[in-house]
Design a protein around this ligand. Structure first.
Ligand SMILES: *[C@@H]1O[C@H](CO)[C@@H](O)[C@H](O)[C@H]1NC(C)=O
Ligand SMILES: *[C@@H]1O[C@H](CO)[C@@H](O)[C@H](O)[C@H]1NC(C)=O
Length: 355
C-alpha cells in the first residue's frame, strides 16, 4: 500500500473531506478504493498496460485493494488474434490474460470482443456476402470468447458504434449486415461463454443526447427481441469544469436500468486541460460522476482510464500519454486530491450495487 500524505488530504481543501477521510485512512489499507467499493458491492478498477516495466506502476496494477477490475485495453484486436483469415494467434492475449489472473485477485473486463476499427485488410476490405461475413463473426467471437471461457468477468462485445449524432458508424460489418451484426456477435458470445457479462460500450453517451438515444433504441430492441445483453458501458471521458448535468446522466442511466440492464463506467477520467480547472474542481467532478454510480443499484462499478497520466490510454496513440492531468495518481505515484474525494464518497455510499 502507498503512503498516504496528510498534506494531500488537506490540499483537497474541503473541511468535511479532510475530517472524514483522514479518520478512515489512518489505518493502512482502509482507504483503498476497491476495498471501499467492494463494501458496497461494487468494484473499482483501471485500464492497464501489460508489460510495463515501471515497478511502481506494476505494484499498483496488481494491488487488489486498489483495483478489483482490470481492462488490458485494446489488447484484443482482430489484427492481433486473426491476422490472416482462419489463422488464429493467441500468443499475446494468452500471455496477458494468464499474467493478470495469476498476479492479482482482480477480474478482467475486456475491451473489445468484436472491434469495428483497426481491422486487418482481409476483413475490412474482403468481398463478403451476408452469409460469409456472418460466419466470420460467429467463428471469431466463438473462438475468442470460447478460449477464455470462465476467465473473463465482462466483455465489451462491441463499442463505439455510433457517431455523436446517433448515426450508425459505417464499418465492414454494418455495411454488409446492417444493425444485425450486433445481434450476431452477442448471441455467439453468450453461447461461447454463458457466464461472462456481455456489454455494449460507448463514449459521449453519459447524458441524454443523440448518441445515447441511439444506444437506448438499440438496447431496447435487443432486450425486446431476447438477444443476450447484460449491460451498458459508459466510458466516462469528461472535462473538469464541463461535466454533463448530473441529473441528466442519472436520467440516462435510469432508462437503461429500466430495461433490466446493469451498467458501469468503463474508462472514467475527469481531465484538467491546460490548467483550465483546479484540482479541487477535478475532485468535485469525480465525486459528481461517481455519485451517479453510487445512486444506481445497477451500477456494478467503475474502471478508470489509467493509473498514471504517463501510462494511460489517453493522448496521442494508445499509451502515448496525454497533454492533460486526469489520473488519481500523479507522476510520482502519489495520490491526488480526487482520490480522497472518491474514497470519501465510497465510504459514505448508502445504496449497494449488485456486483
Ligand atoms: C481498404 O481499402 C481502402 C481503399 O483501397 C484503403 O484506403 C484502406 O486502407 C483499406 N483498409 C484496410 C484495413 O486495409
Ligand atoms: C453523423 O455524423 C457523421 C460523422 O460526423 C457524419 O458522417 C454523418 O453524415 C452524420 N449523419 C447525419 C444524419 O447527419
Amino acid at each position: 500500500m502507498l503512503p498516504r500524505l496528510s498534506t494531500l488530504w488537506l490540499s483537497a481543501g474541503t473541511a468535511f473531506l479532510a475530517a472524514t477521510v483522514d479518520a478512515a485512512c489512518t489505518s493502512p489499507g482502509l482507504c483503498d478504493l476497491n476495498t471501499l467499493a467492494y463494501t458496497h458491492r461494487r468494484f473499482w478498477g483501471t485500464c492497464v498496460k501489460f508489460g510495463e516495466t515501471n515497478s511502481q506502476y506494476h505494484a499498483l496494477s496488481v494491488d487488489f485493494g486498489e483495483f478489483g477490475m482490470l481492462t488490458p485495453i485494446n489488447a484484443f484486436g482482430v489484427s492481433t488474434i486473426q491476422p490472416s483469415q482462419g489463422i488464429f494467434s493467441f500468443t499475446a492475449t494468452d500471455q496477458i490474460v494468464n499474467y493478470w489472473l495469476g498476479s492479482t485477485k482482480a477480474r478482467l473486463w475486456i475491451h473489445t470482443l468484436l472491434p469495428t476499427t483497426g481491422l486487418p485488410t482481409w476483413l475490412a476490405n474482403g468481398s463478403w456476402t451476408q452469409a460469409t461475413l456472418t460466419a466470420v463473426i460467429q467463428n471469431y467471437v466463438t473462438t475468442v470468447a470460447g478460449r477464455y471461457k470462465g476467465k473473463i468477468y465482462a466483455w465489451d462485445v462491441i463499442s463505439e458504434i455510433f457517431d455523436d449524432n446517433g448515426s450508425w458508424r459505417p464499418n465492414v460489418f454494418y455495411n454488409i449486415l446492417g444493425t444485425n451484426y450486433v445481434t450476431i456477435a452477442l448471441k455467439a458470445a453468450r453461447a461461447a461463454d454463458p457466464n461472462a457479462k456481455l456489454y455494449i460500450e460507448e463514449y459521449n453517451a453519459e447524458p441524454v443526447n443523440a448518441k445515447s438515444n441511439a444506444l437506448y433504441s438499440l438496447a431496447q430492441t435487443l432486450k425486446v427481441s431476447g438477444v443476450p445483453l447484460d449491460g451498458i458501458g459508459f466510458e466516462g471521458h469528461v472535462v473538469a469544469g464541463q461535466i454533463p448535468t448530473i441529473g441528466n446522466v442519472m436520467a440516462n442511466v435510469g432508462r437503461f436500468t429500466s430495461l433490466g440492464l446493469d451498467w458501469a463506467f468503463t474508462q472514467l477520467g475527469v481531465r484538467i486541460v491546460n490548467g483550465g480547472a483546479s484540482v479541487s474542481r477535478q475532485m468535485e467532478d469525480y465525486i459528481a460522476m461517481l455519485s451517479v454510480c453510487l445512486n444506481s443499484a445497477r451500477c456494478v462499478g467503475v474502471v478508470t482510464s489509467g493509473i498514471v497520466d504517463t501510462i494511460t490510454i489517453e493522448g496521442t496513440g494508445v499509451w502515448g500519454g496525454p497533454s492533460w492531468t486526469e489520473t488519481l495518481f500523479d507522476t510520482n505515484y502519489n495520490t491526488v486530491p480526487a482520490y480522497y474525494g472518491i474514497a470519501n464518497s465510497l465510504t459514505l455510499a448508502t445504496i449497494n450495487g449488485n456486483y
